[in-house]
Design a protein around this ligand. Structure first.
Ligand code: PLP
Length: 232
C-alpha cells in the first residue's frame, strides 16, 4: 500500500463518520477492531502505537507471537472459528470472543474461564445469510441457545456477530446486517439475558459502511486499515 497507517486510519475514520451520519448514529457508538491477521508483530505494534486499542486475530497460531510481545498493551478479540481444543490457548488472553456458535464450545469456555478465574466477553456468531459455508447458529436456534448457557456465569454475552457474503456491491449485504440487528432487538424483547444485548460485531473492509448504517457497534477491519503483507 502506498498510504501510511496514519493516513488509512484518518480515511477510515472519515468513512465511519459519514456512515454514522447517514444512519443517524453517533460516531462514538462504533468501535474499530484492527484485524492484524495478515500483518507482522511490528505492524501490530505500530497499530497499537497509533492509538487504536482493539486487536483482532482469527487463529491462535497467527496471533501467538504478536500476543506474547504486545498482549498487555491492547484489548484482544478472537474473531475466527474457535476449535474446542484451542480454548485453553486463548482464555485469559483474549478479552472478547466473537465466534461462540455451539454448546460444546460454550461449555469449554466456561470450564477454562472458571479454572483461570476470569470472565470472558462473548458474541454469539449467527449465520444470517444461511450460506452453508458459514459458521454460526441458525437464527431460530438462538433463543434456546441463550437459555441453555444462561447458567454459565463466566460468559458475559454482550451481543451478536455475523459475516456477510462477499459482494462486489456492498449494498447487497444490507439485509444480512439488518437481520442481525432485528434479531438482537427481538431477543432483547424476550428478556433472555440478565442485561440487554447491546453489541453488534459486523462489517469488514468491503462492507463496513453498510454495516454501520444498519447498527454495527464493532467493525472488524483488516485490509482497508492495517493492510495485507505478503508472507515472507
Ligand atoms: C479477516 C477477518 C476480518 C477482516 O477482513 P478484511 O476484509 O481484511 O477487513 C474480519 N472478520 C473476520 C472474522 C475475519 O476473519
Amino acid at each position: 500500500m502506498s498510504s501510511t497507517l496514519q493516513e488509512r486510519i484518518a480515511e477510515v475514520s472519515r468513512r465511519i463518520e459519514r456512515a454514522c451520519a447517514k444512519g443517524g448514529r453517533k460516531a462514538t457508538e462504533v468501535r474499530i477492531i484492527a484485524v492484524t491477521k495478515y500483518v507482522s508483530p511490528e505492524m501490530t505494534a505500530a497499530v497499537l502505537a497509533s492509538g487504536l486499542t482493539d486487536i483482532g486475530e482469527n487463529r491462535w497460531q497467527n496471533a501467538e507471537r504478536k500476543w506474547e510481545a504486545l498482549g498487555s498493551q491492547g484489548v484482544w478479540h478472537f474473531i475466527g472459528h474457535l476449535q474446542t481444543n484451542k480454548v485453553k490457548d486463548i482464555i485469559g488472553k483474549f478479552q472478547y470472543i466473537h465466534s461462540l456458535d455451539r454448546l460444546s464450545l460454550a461449555r469449554e469456555l466456561q470450564r477454562k474461564a472458571e479454572a483461570a478465574g476470569v470472565d470472558v466477553n462473548v458474541f454469539l456468531q449467527v449465520n444470517i445469510s444461511g450460506e452453508e459455508s458459514k459458521f454460526g447458529l441458525n437464527p431460530e436456534a438462538v433463543p434456546d441457545f441463550l437459555r441453555e448457557i444462561s447458567g454459565f456465569n463466566r460468559l458475559k454475552i454482550v451481543g451478536l456477530m455475523t459475516m456477510a457474503p462477499h459482494e462486489e456491491d456492498p449494498e447487497l449485504t444490507r439485509p444480512v446486517f439488518r437481520g442481525l440487528r432485528e434479531l438482537r432487538d427481538k431477543l432483547n424483547g424476550m428478556g433472555l439475558t440478565p442485561e440487554p444485548l447491546t453489541e453488534l460485531s459486523m462489517g469488514m473492509s468491503n462492507d463496513f459502511e453498510v454495516a454501520i448504517e444498519e447498527g454495527a457497534t464493532w467493525v472488524r477491519l483488516g485490509t482497508v486499515l492495517v493492510g495485507h503483507e505478503e508472507e515472507s
